[in-house]
Design a protein around this ligand. Structure first.
Ligand SMILES: NC(=O)c1ccc[n+]([C@@H]2O[C@H](COP(=O)([O-])OP(=O)(O)OC[C@H]3O[C@@H](n4cnc5c(N)ncnc54)[C@H](O)[C@@H]3O)[C@@H](O)[C@H]2O)c1
Ligand SMILES: [Zn+2]
Length: 340
């Protein structure tokens, strides 16, 4: 994979008139690293830092992040380690964190650090946006999905018993640090699942990138660092560009990011959030949407191309037998993303 550099990629995203840098690279947290200068100026002003992470991430990566804040001379560093998974994205976890912040006498000038996948990122962003009516938050995504998508754009959320992501805010982080070294410990299913979103970016915004993927399947599946660097840099740039056009999801530009997601959400819900991972459901949803688009003039080769690429990545492309179409349609109407 010649011609692809590992030097840090930086892009800018603006939400609610606040700018945020998204930095993608390797060794971003390594002490003494030349790359540290990219992120440390923004971080050295804080006197209180709370790192929120989960039990899958903490053993391998917490020390790296804590060491950085110690190196920067932050006097008070606290940590909350939650159970992994979607169940952590609930009001009880937010309440637990609010309580700890109050007990540890955190002030308006404190910083919350999200060290984890999209679950930790959404929850931490939500608490940061509500504590003292809004304190600073740093996103350090550790899953592939969170690096290419969830960490960027300032959307925060917790789940309600009646539905996913129903309670949330827009809260721009001070920065997003996509440290690719964190991905080394990510399970394969999580990695492959996120590739569905990666294909989505190519489809909605960058046909050359789609071609690059088709020519680099072995390197992508082998999780070569150059391939991951190219993917996260390209996707974070596309996400940033899209959010910049429509920061609060009003004009429809940001809605493109939901391509394939209406059926995906229905499949996830009908499968009780275990049968399909989000990315697997998005893969099926995109192929379904493309099949529908054939009726509106989409050329058949696009459908075949996407279907073939998703299959080579090991992702599903059709609705499994036994899924009741009536119930899927019911879920369609409930999908909040229908009404932006
Ligand atoms: N805010 C947004 O714009 C946005 C966009 C897309 C998705 N989301 C949200 O993001 C969540 C999904 O994110 P996700 O796929 O990252 O899920 P996740 O946070 O549950 O992470 C997936 C799994 O990988 C583990 N993990 C994460 N990083 C790891 C690492 N480096 N090593 C080992 N294990 C690791 C986690 O513990 C978890 O078990 C959903 O709640 C979704 O609603 C938000
Ligand atoms: Zn998605």
């Amino acid at each position: 994979m010649s011609g692809i550099s590992l030097s840090p990629h930086v892009c800018q995203v603006t939400v609610s008139n606040l700018e945020c840098q998204v930095v993608t690279g390797v060794d971003l947290f390594k002490l003494g690293s030349e790359h540290l200068s990219l992120i440390s100026p923004a971080l050295s002003d804080y006197h209180q830092v709370f790192i929120i992470t989960d039990t899958h991430v903490a053993p391998s990566h917490l020390k790296t992040v804590r060491d950085l804040f110690q190196f920067l001379g932050v006097p008070q560093i606290e940590v909350l380690i939650l159970e992994p998974g979607e169940a952590a994205k609930q009001i009880a976890s937010a309440n637990q964190l609010w309580t700890l912040l109050i007990e540890h006498r955190f002030t308006r000038d404190a910083l919350l650090v999200a060290l984890g996948g999209g679950v930790i990122g959404d929850l931490t962003g939500f608490v940061a946006s509500t504590f003292f009516r809004g304190i600073a938050c740093l996103q350090c995504p550790t899953s592939f999905l969170a690096q290419v998508d969830a960490g960027i754009g300032g959307k925060t959320a917790i789940n309600h018993a009646l539905g996913k992501n129903l309670i949330g805010t827009f809260h721009q982080p001070i920065a997003v640090i996509n440290n690719l070294d964190f991905l080394k410990t990510l399970p394969d299913r999580e990695y492959i699942s996120a590739l569905a979103e990666v294909v989505k970016y190519g489809l909605i915004a960058d046909v050359d990138f789609l071609g690059w993927m088709e020519h680099n399947i072995p390197a992508i599946l082998a999780r070569e660092i150059t391939a991951m660097h190219h993917i996260v840099s390209t996707c974070s740039q596309i996400k940033a560009n899209t959010v910049n056009l429509d920061p609060n999801e009003r004009t429809g530009h940001r809605a493109c990011l939901n391509f394939g997601h209406t059926l995906a959400h229905a499949l996830e819900a009908l499968g009780q959030y275990t049968a399909f991972s989000h990315g697997e459901a998005v893969a099926v949803g995109m192929v379904f949407a493309l099949k529908l688009s054939l009726q509106y003039g989409l050329a058949e080769p696009t459908l075949e191309r996407i279907q073939s690429l998703l299959t080579k990545f090991g992702l599903p492309t059709c609705i499994p037998q036994g899924y009741d179409s009536e119930r899927l349609i019911e879920y369609f109407w409930h999908d909040k993303k229908n009404s932006f």
